[in-house]
Ligand binder design. Structure first.
Ligand code: 9GP
Length: 835
């Protein structure tokens, strides 16, 4: 049946087409309607959760109207679209963002107040959509916001995990993981039961000749699983454009439920098959910067790539264009190597299903894909064992071997007799078992490869991908420094600061052109402005102090210097350096006279972040932080001079409260290890100063805001190799201050010292890979400078304002435009313009 309504009947449709609420009254009507009908509740039975749902449903209706229009318009104009493939989208909450984006938050606040609710209480009912681990997933979410705001015809493709990143509870100082079932009361997704794709696994490849004698391949599946689409509307800020995030959920294929077993009474085993299929999209792997090579993870990757590719190809085929036009219509961005199989899958579709010749197909593939690398850490670079791939994806492995063969032949022509080069760049690592190097496929199959900050992009060109630069020349490699969306990370998280800036700049245009912030510098000396600025920071600190009291029970003095490190717990990010520094501070305070203590700036050291469940060292770091907190926080002699806080279950919503409240935040990775970092940008944009190493985006932040406005310390990336080498071959000298810290731990000051053995021995005995000892002295000295400078509040304030004024470069909109121009070649499409 043709689904499109015939033209003569369309007028009747248009007459009844849904309309958006535009006033408080209309909002209230929509709210009450949803409470009474969609939710089947009443004014006698409406709690805050229902108020959240009613508000969210009212706004969802608005978004869906815009979403429909956007999709129709994009289909109608048929211009090039971009598809952002990411295994993670760390979205956080949607309601507040939606209200601000459509410019209706005040209307909703007043309407809710009329009906007996505080908007903040409704907002806080929402469960975070936490389909990501950390920076990589949050970057994907910022991309979606920016692409919609800038009116790019863009879709995100991901997996609809039933369980997002686990919830972290701290029990007796240890991290415990609790499953995060987030889908209850989630009004933001639309199941599309009509959009399903059958995805194959296992089986074998059949070779045959077609009528013309051409050798063909057909992959005969051993197992089939169904992918079902769930759509999430992504509103842009103050634009009609509402893009789509399509998340795939796995389900047993209709043919897969074994009725024979069922009828024979083997009900359990029939259901078990069904459950196996559903496992594919059940959980997000909770590792950040670590790949473990588990079969289920590879299944997830293929399942999602194949479903997305099928969808993209289906959409393209509807236009009846020639295949050669595919790269003119479709840009696919690979967020890290996780979606690399999409390259192989597109090649398979083109040659096996559509019958194109290899070379033509391969040209289309390369023209379509771009690959973003987000890490140089060896443990995070994906490799899959050849036997595993052979079993799960037999046809793909053949294609990978063919890609490799043609690639190595071309390399050999250019670099004859360089066998080492061939083995270094080969897609196949000749180990036992042999491994498929996914990054190599991603580079060979893309027309652009980019890193995410200048230092990082230079590093990939000179280290892990050096040979490929020789082979392809420098043009295939580029840098696009990461950014953040100012909508969520300033306007939503810090409404008072956003309003103050708007007042000074004469409006909110800076939210879509962040470079306008530079006009703030003119007010650095404006007394009233400075007071207001300081007042906002003080209020944000009070808000965080309340959160700390709620989640830890500790009261902190909001006049203290708030020193924050929140991010995934990882040795390379060096929370251990921070907590050792805190112990050093504690020992110094203990050694002071009461007179000396009077001069000390009180400090609250705030930590937050999750450790991967199997990452023992990271879990020990959390335990040490909590053990130190337990001793220091109840030491009456020290009182407010030092408090140590671990905020459990750090997530996007908590980040929105934490980022606006820092005086100083820590971005202290070993130089050369953090590809970019993006929380550094969030903190500075909210008027906090940072202490950091010369790593990732810290370097460009310094360039933008000026070195007088940042506290840099530690060894440089170029010296790291040498230092590591010296640890092993030149003898290792533990920093004397760090030695004193270790002695204190070993004496049992923070409980059973054996719990911290591995943390200490990794430094003392096993080469101190992350250079904690080498950087300790400079770290401590820099913190002393921080204390000193904080005492001059007027200077501090000037640094804070100046830094914010110079943060324009780090807008995600700049990032998105750079990708659009230099990688995707996609133009915006404003749906407000008439067709
Ligand atoms: O570790 C990087 C982080 O530095 C960067 O900011 C983020 C977004 O580009 O990606 C992270 N990488 C990963 O999570 C794994 O590659």
């Amino acid at each position: 049946v043709e689904a499109s309504i015939p033209e003569p009947l369309r007028e009747a449709w248009r007459k009844h087409s849904a309309a958006e609420f535009t006033s408080k009254d209309e909002f209230e009507r929509e709210f009450v309607r949803h409470i009474e009908t969609t939710l089947a509740r009443s004014l006698y039975n409406c709690d805050e959760l229902a108020a959240y749902s009613g508000t969210a449903l009212a706004f969802r209706d608005r978004l869906i109207i815009e979403w429909n229009r956007t999709q129709q318009r994009q289909t109608f104009t048929d211009q090039k679209r971009v598809y952002y493939l990411s295994l993670e989208f760390l979205m956080g909450r949607a309601l507040d963002n939606a209200m601000l984006n459509v410019g209706m938050k005040d209307v909703a606040r007043d309407g809710l107040a009329d009906l007996g609710f505080r908007i903040e209480d409704a907002i806080s009912q929402e469960h975070d959509a936490a389909l990501g681990n950390g920076g990589l997933g949050r970057l994907a979410a910022c991309f979606l916001d920016s692409m919609a705001t800038l009116n790019y015809p863009a879709w995100g493709y991901g997996l609809r995990y039933r369980y997002g990143i686990f919830k972290q509870e701290i029990v007796n100082g240890y991290q415990m993981e609790i499953p995060d079932y987030w889908l209850d009361n989630n009004p933001w997704e639309f199941p599309r039961h009509d959009i399903t794709v059958d995805i194959q696994f296992y089986g074998h490849v059949r070779k045959y000749q077609d009528e013309d004698g051409k050798v063909c391949h057909s992959w005969e599946a051993g197992e089939t699983v169904q992918a079902v689409a769930y759509d999430v509307p992504i509103p842009g800020y103050r634009t009609k454009t509402t893009n789509n995030l399509r998340l795939w959920s796995s389900k047993a294929s209709s043919g897969e439920f074994d009725f024979q077993k069922f009828n024979a009474g083997d009900y359990e085993s029939a259901v078990a098959d069904q459950q196996t299929a559903e496992t594919i999209s059940a959980v997000l792997y909770p590792n950040d910067n670590l790949e473990r090579g588990k079969e289920l993870r590879l299944k997830q990757q293929y399942f999602w790539c194949a479903a997305s590719l099928y969808d993209i190809v289906r959409r393209f085929k509807k236009t009846n264009r020639a295949w050669s036009e595919f790269p003119d219509q479709v840009a696919i961005q690979l967020n890290d190597t996780h979606p690399t199989l999409a390259i192989v899958e597109l090649q398979r579709i083109l040659i096996d299903v559509e019958g194109l010749e290899w070379d033509e197909a391969w040209r289309i593939v390369i023209g379509t894909f771009g690959y973003t690398n987000h890490t140089v850490l060896p443990e995070a670079l994906e490799k899959w064992s050849v036997p595993l791939m052979q079993n799960l994806l037999p046809r793909h492995l053949q294609i990978i071997y063919d890609i490799n063969l043609f690639f190595l032949q071309s390399v050999e022509k250019r670099f004859p007799n360089d066998r080492d080069m061939l083995s270094r760049v080969s897609i196949i690592e000749e180990s036992h078992p042999k491994m498929v190097r996914m990054a190599h496929i991603a580079i060979i199959g893309s027309h652009k490869v980019n890193g995410v900050a200048e230092l990082h992009s230079d590093l990939i060109k000179t280290t892990i991908f050096k040979d490929f630069v020789e082979i392809y020349g420098p043009d295939r490699f580029t840098n696009v420094t990461n950014g953040i969306t100012p909508r969520r990370w300033l306007h939503q998280a810090n409404p008072a600061l956003s309003a103050l800036i708007a007042e000074k700049l004469g409006g909110y245009e800076f939210l879509t052109d962040l470079t306008l912030l530079d006009k703030l510098e003119a007010f650095v000396d404006d007394k009233k402005f400075r007071q207001e600025w300081a007042h906002i920071k003080a209020n944000n600190k009070l808000r965080l102090a309340r959160l700390i009291k709620d989640v830890t029970g500790y009261s902190v003095n909001p006049n203290s210097l708030f020193d924050v490190q929140v991010k995934r717990i990882h040795e390379y990010k060096r929370q251990q350096l921070n907590i050792f520094g805190v112990i050093h501070r504690y020992l110094s305070l203990k050694a002071m006279t009461p007179e000396e203590r009077k001069k000390v700036v009180p400090r609250v050291s705030i930590f937050g972040g999750k450790a991967a469940p199997g990452y023992w060292m990271a879990k020990s770091i959390i335990y040490l932080i909590n053990s130190v907190a337990a001793v220091v926080n109840k030491d009456d002699e020290i009182g407010d001079l030092l408090k140590v806080i671990f905020i459990e279950d750090y997530n996007v919503s908590k980040a929105e409260i934490i980022c606006p409240a820092s005086d100083i935040s820590e971005h202290i990775s070993t130089a050369g290890t953090e590809a970019s970092g993006t929380s550094n940008m969030k903190f500075v944009l909210n008027g906090g100063l940072i202490i950091g190493t010369c790593d990732g985006a810290n370097i460009e932040i310094t360039r933008e805001i000026g070195e007088q406005n940042i506290f840099l310390f530690g060894n440089l990336a170029e010296d790291v190799e040498d230092l590591r080498h010296r640890h092993f071959y030149g003898g290792f000298q533990l920093d004397p201050q760090l030695k004193r810290v270790f002695e204190t731990i070993k004496e049992g000051t923070f409980g059973d010292p054996s719990s911290f053995n591995s943390l200490i021995s990794s430094i003392e005995e096993h080469g101190d890979y992350y250079l904690v000892s080498d950087d300790f002295n400079s770290y401590i000295a820099t913190h002393e400078m921080v204390d000193k400078e904080f005492q001059n509040q007027e200077e501090w304030l000037a640094k804070s304002i100046t830094s914010v004024a110079r943060m324009g470069f780090f807008s995600m909109d700049r990032v998105t435009n750079e990708y659009a121009d230099s990688i995707w070649n996609v133009e915006p499409l404003d749906i407000a313009d008439e067709a």
